[in-house]
Design a protein around this ligand. Structure first.
Ligand code: SF4
Length: 172
């Protein structure tokens, strides 16, 4: 997997102060996408163990709330698998930090047999505390809503969603 950008101090992609990792590769090609260059899976630089170490170190301070994965689409099947080593480290070395993940897929696309499902999916989703799902839809663009580009996108509380078996939003 390649990545297109890394912010070690950001506040716009989730609650609190966070690391934001922009991975490369996205097949959704939404009209009006804010980050078109990241559609190419080969854009940017290889995501190495050194980058992983840099992320873990940046997340360590108490004032850091967690990490946000975005792109591109971190949930493209090949990216899910490539992100698992980092996610496992976060869950074991920094268990108090949360993980937000932005995807152009809908949560239902991750069900077995559906288009975003792969061998890594169940563990990948278990590592995500919050999933912001759905493509960017230009006609539903709304600058007044928090942490999203368009009104169709949902901020999903994954723990409660998995526990109850139906979608629970973290915030409207
Ligand atoms: S899912 Fe995100 S990165 Fe992909 S095309 Fe849509 S807005 Fe752009």
């Amino acid at each position: 997997m390649n990545y297109s950008g890394l912010k070690t101090y950001s506040i716009e992609n989730g609650t609190g102060i966070r690391v934001s990792l922009f991975v490369s590769g996205c097949r959704h090609h939404c009209k009006g996408c804010f980050n078109e260059e990241t559609w190419d899976f080969n854009h940017g630089e290889p995501f190495t163990e050194e980058v992983e170490n840099q992320i873990i170190e940046a997340m360590e301070p108490d004032y850091m709330a967690g990490i946000t994965l975005l792109g591109g689409d971190p949930a493209e099947p090949e990216n899910q698998a490539a992100l698992l080593p980092l996610l496992r480290r976060i869950k074991t070395e920094l268990p108090k930090k949360n993980v937000w993940m932005y995807t152009g897929y809908l949560l239902s696309d991750f069900l077995p047999g559906n288009r975003a499902y792969c061998d890594a999916t169940e563990e990948f989703l278990r590592c995500c505390d919050v999933v912001v799902d759905g493509p960017f839809i230009m006609e539903q663009k709304d600058l007044s809503i928090k942490f999203r580009g368009s009104r169709n996108q949902r901020i999903i509380d994954m723990e409660k969603t998995i526990e109850t078996g139906s979608i629970v939003l973290l915030m409207e």
